[in-house]
Design a protein around this ligand. Sequence first.
Ligand code: HEM
Length: 147
Amino acid sequence: MVEWSESERSIISGIFSTLDYNDVGPKALCRCLIVYPWTLRYFGTFGNLYNAEAIKSNPNVAAHGVKVLHGLDRAVKNMDNIKATYAELSVLHSEKLHVDPDNFKLLADCLTITVAAKLGSAFTPQVQATWTKFLAVVVSALGRQYH
Ligand code: HEM
């Protein structure tokens, strides 16, 4: 079981209370799809994803980016039980969507870059350490139902 100190809890809830999901979610997902283009293969129903400009202006990508952030929100609200919270989402990504779990880490990295750019100097090493720990737990929980 992962332990969270009071300061880690307040850092994570503090970041999420100020994040604009409609901005950060789409930006992070777009970055992932552009930087790691093999991740595009899972979004075949999303329409035109032909180049970076098309990805950035695709409304399905934007909506899905927001959805991912709402997914993270559930982990923030259940910090002591992230694995159980994500059990169903993990089954969905593995058995139905067949998403290679390595991709969770790639999206996590894009989320980190996007959040760091937003926070600027507030993204201190201590904040980064806590954020990285949080996403590592999320990535591990999402990968848990894979065999
Ligand atoms: C769907 C969260 C990573 C591909 C979803 C949904 C959520 C979610 C909340 C909606 C589930 C539902 O409708 O019940 C997350 C989180 C991730 C993550 C929190 C990691 C931080 C990824 C990655 C990929 C991916 C890395 C592929 C590269 C998909 C696809 C869908 C989906 C294809 C279905 C989209 C649709 O057809 O509407 N994800 N996801 N996810 N996810 Fe993820």
